[in-house]
Design a protein around this ligand. Structure first.
Ligand SMILES: Cc1cc2nc3c(=O)[nH]c(=O)nc-3n(C[C@H](O)[C@H](O)[C@H](O)COP(=O)(O)OP(=O)(O)OC[C@H]3O[C@@H](n4cnc5c(N)ncnc54)[C@H](O)[C@@H]3O)c2cc1C
Length: 368
């Protein structure tokens, strides 16, 4: 009898798992995603600023699943019943023997910011990303007026988007880029080597930075900051953080106070042996006991371990030894062919860092 594996979410974790389990005997894989495409989030700033076509950041999940012998269903999962082992979408019901939940995060738009509801473009959603691209293109084309694109949030996503747009704006002097980040530098909390490189790139590319205050309201194309400063803008993109997203589970899954799913060392949901959770929604730790940040490399390593675990379970072999996620480093694009990074603790700069980042992206996208 075939074992039915249902995977919810075709992001970094879900697609890596499909790839690792492709054509496993007696395993039928169904991947369900609300979106028809897998979004390569680590490249989306390069699509937004113009030099990458949409097809290079958004890969067709139907074609991907066909390639690896899996079924693809484009539906949003609304509800899961772990007791009867059923997954519900608006139009269909699926039964499973094993379920993997890999639904990732959605961008965070705090209601406390007045009028933010009119500026909730979530660059993590393919359709919103395309809309953001259309709007930025329109501003670059409108040479009759001065325009400011304001990026709110100077973390990895915000800094990369701001720097890539600023690189493009070198050719369009009527477009200015503003970056609002409450902490004193872009990439707050990251290694000093990276923050220093990001600061230098912001200065070279003439990004107007606003630090030490947060946005309290968005009115009439003006961002109002907590210290009374005002930032005029033509387009505002909020990239101030993400929060885990899950379908409704009845009974509910065990969650940490931050809404992350609690699992054992094999990523099986605590108390539910037939459900695994992966990626940004999971609370996991590195070898030193520090909580892993939600990154693509973490999601992929977890998926590889779950693939081994599932193969062992199907073959009735001993489970593989759990191993903590290894932090291989971080790479940040700084506009154009400039980047900075730390690879296994070794600092990288400029074009070499840029090339390593391209290689890392390619190692993921080659599976499509
Ligand atoms: C702009 C940006 C840049 C980044 N850059 C990097 C980087 O350089 N390096 C790095 O390591 N990490 C980076 N990250 C983080 C990385 O993208 C995430 O950690 C990674 O995507 C997590 O993978 P995941 O599989 O958990 O979730 P995701 O890749 O987010 O995938 C989740 C999937 O689940 C689907 N889904 C959600 N809910 C449902 C539902 N109810 N029903 C059906 N489908 C559903 C979604 O449509 C989505 O396809 C970046 C993130 C962003 C936003």
């Amino acid at each position: 009898m075939q074992h039915s594996l249902v995977i919810i979410g075709g992001g970094y974790a879900g697609t890596t798992l499909v790839f690792q389990l492709a054509r496993t005997p007696n395993l039928r894989i169904t991947l369900i995603d609300a979106s028809p495409v897998h979004l390569v989030q680590a490249k989306l700033h390069r699509y937004l600023a113009g030099d990458l076509p949409f097809e290079e950041v958004a890969y067709d999940l139907g074609r991907f699943c066909t390639k690896y012998g899996a079924d693809f269903v484009q539906e949003r999962v609304t509800h899961v019943d772990p007791l009867t082992k059923h997954v519900y979408t608006e139009n269909e019901t699926f039964s499973y023997d094993t379920l993997v939940v890999a639904t990732g995060c959605t961008s965070f738009f705090p209601k406390q910011i007045e009028n933010i509801h009119a500026h909730t473009i979530d660059v993590k959603l393919p359709s919103h990303l395309q809309e953001a691209k259309k709007r930025t293109e329109a501003l670059f084309e409108d040479k009759e007026h001065e325009h400011t694109i304001a990026i709110i949030g100077g973390g990895l996503s915000g800094a990369e988007i701001a720097l890539e747009l600023a690189q493009k704006a070198k050719r369009f002097p009527h477009v200015h880029i503003a970056l609002v980040e409450q902490k004193p530098t872009p990439l707050p909390g990251m290694d000093a080597h990276l923050t220093k490189a990001a600061l230098k790139a912001c200065e070279t590319l003439r990004i107007k930075r606003y630090h030490g205050a947060f946005v309290t309201a968005v009115n009439d194309r003006i961002l109002r900051l907590s210290d009374e400063r005002e930032v005029p803008f033509s387009l505002a993109l909020f990239v101030i953080g993400v929060s885990p997203t899950l379908p409704t589970f009845t009974p509910a899954l065990p969650l940490t106070p931050h809404g992350l799913v609690e699992t054992d060392a094999h990523y099986r949901v605590r108390g539910l042996e037939s459900i695994f959770a992966l990626g940004d929604i999971v609370c996991s730790y590195d070898a030193n006991g520090n909580q892993n940040l939600p990154t693509a490399q973490v999601a992929k390593q977890q998926a590889k371990h779950v693939a081994k675990t599932l193969k062992a379970l199907l073959a009735k072999r001993a489970l593989p030894r759990p191993k903590p996620v290894i932090n291989k480093g971080v790479l940040v694009d700084l506009g154009g062919k400039n980047a900075a990074g730390l690879s296994f603790g070794v600092p990288l700069w400029g074009k070499p860092a840029y090339l390593v980042k391209r290689l890392v992206c390619r190692l993921h996208t080659r599976i499509f």
